[in-house]
Design a protein around this ligand. Sequence first.
Ligand code: SF4
Ligand code: SF4
Length: 190
Amino acid sequence: MGGLPDNRSFCEEVKVKSGQPIDLCFHCQKCSSGCSMARFSDYTPNQILRFVQMGMKDKVLQSSMIWICSSCEICGARCANGIKMSEVMDALKEIAIEENVIKEKNIFSFHDTFIKTVAFRGRVHELAMMGIYKLRSRDLFSDVDLGIKLFLKSKLPLLGSGVKNKKRLNLAFKRSADKSCKEALYKCSN
Ligand code: SF4
Ligand code: SF4
């Protein structure tokens, strides 16, 4: 009796954050059969959705699938109910970060480093990003030969470039951080 409200509240939270009609999923598995990342993961996309519907928060947050999803959106194109799993995975990543349950720490570091370098000047600076990521992941020596090849071909400029209008950049980041925008959209469509 005590578990049901919590289970529902987790599912509701994911629906609000993702804006996706999770209840409509009837587990036809079309998303999972088209997902190129599912074979590298512990669960398939529709299994993740089933866990969300059942309120199995711990199982979902500890899954590698929510981090391995590459947001290719193939699943969304195949779903008869228009459910975009990439949005659901993003919502689950947000919750996992808020609760500090991060199964794939290097993937999180990569995402976070990418966003921070873009937020700094509006464009990614690959060399800086790679350096920071390597330090954060403590994986200093893998891909060094590839990095040298790219550097010698001038694919990794020493000095990157930035956008001119930093104010608009800051505004875009501020808006994307405003969770109430997503929640308002979800409420309007339901
Ligand atoms: S394709 Fe859509 S309805 Fe089918 S399992 Fe995936 S999310 Fe559910
Ligand atoms: S968006 Fe994610 S879950 Fe959907 S097919 Fe692509 S990798 Fe798989």
